[in-house]
Design a protein around this ligand. Sequence first.
Ligand SMILES: Cc1ncc(COP(=O)(O)O)c(C=O)c1O
Length: 467
Amino acid sequence: MAADAPVPPQQRMHTPDSELVALILDYVSDRLAIPETPLDHPGQKAEVDAILDGLVTREGMDPARVLEIYADHLSKTVLSADSPRYWAFIPSAPTKASLLFDMVVSAASLQGISWLEAAGAVAAENQALRWIADAAGLPVGAGGAFVSGGSAGNLSALVVARDTARHRLVARDGEQARHRRLRFAVSDQAHSSVRNTLSIIDVDPFVITTADHRFTGDALRAALEADSDPDSIVAVVATSGTTNAGIIDDLLGVGTVARERGMWFHVDGAYGGAGLFAPSVRDRYAGIELADSFVVDPHKWLFAPYDCAALLYREPRLAKAVHTQDASYLDAIHHDDGSYEWNPTDYAYHLTRRARGLPLWFSLVVNGTDAYTEAIEHSITLAQQVAREIDAAEHLELLREPTLGMVLFRRVGWTAADYDTWCARLLRDQVAFITSTSWEGETVGRFSFIHPATTLEMLREVLATTA
Ligand SMILES: Cc1ncc(COP(=O)(O)O)c(C=O)c1O
């Protein structure tokens, strides 16, 4: 080809392009330099449809123009979960180091399935998993994989719980046990993804009604004793940090009952598992070391970018027996020769996977564990400070003493519509993004804190608007 011949389109896409690199890196660099990420606004369908109309063409478009459309229009209709004023649902607050390393992971096209394809990346991810396993007091043999979120983690773990239990029942009772209906004990406060999981894996929920929203060993024991077929209840799910109120279940009590009865003990710490690194609340997690499986989302309170959940098993071989995919083209990733092998694909329902634990790993190594502890403690302290402000205001009522970073409160005299109006106004004015929740049948206010840059002054500004 002549030196000045145009590059054919099919090659153009893969040809190094320094202008495109500079364009994107400049955007990223500006974004990372914003001192306080703006909340921005929800988008209307007609508005985003109009922006997108006709953009996909045969010839393609100038990247600078496309980036401009994204930056000036599309990105403005995306609420920034990493704004320190975002206190709805569960916010996110990825560290700068983790965001930047996410780009490295993207640029490297890491295939995080197997040791064969990504040994160094898998080993680094496992170092981060080990940090979490140590905090939970899980044994040296514990391990797992990073998956896309708490829902994926719960599903992957509970499939292992089901199949392991089924296997044991068949070994004990013979083939007729293969078709027996199984049940898992879950509290009425378990996350919706746990209920969805049970439906997906065709296991019946054995729902324990909690007193005061906290699942205890005593409640589990009493419910099992009152049941006519407790043998069919083969696993139990506890939550270490409920999503609505941040309540940590009685892990020691529930785990002890699970041990006594040979039930699988799963702990869903998708939101609150990060509190393990906060000395001020660590004792509330007593019993987590009994878990057979445990999930915590670094994309929530461990300051990693979306999407990243850490899934750990006490005995990873049990997960491997369930999740390993058997296909001749994959034989090469499995060795029987005793050489070291850790294939993340073997520990969840996935095959192809992004090495999504690496941004956490990089940030952890760069920033050190103390920075994580302090950042997590910040939200716990803030929740307590806000609780005291609420106590001091006559028109506000604290609904429960916060344990982690969630605060539930009532504005005396407000209806659901009043909360909606208040939340909409705060978002319109870019003061805060808050959504109400439901608590014991009533619509109430809820703050959810993750971001270490959220300040008490911001909260005071918002509380003042309830007067
Ligand atoms: C306790 C708990 N479990 C599971 C999930 C689901 O996690 P994800 O949204 O990462 O799938 C959440 C999400 O908020 C949660 O709080």
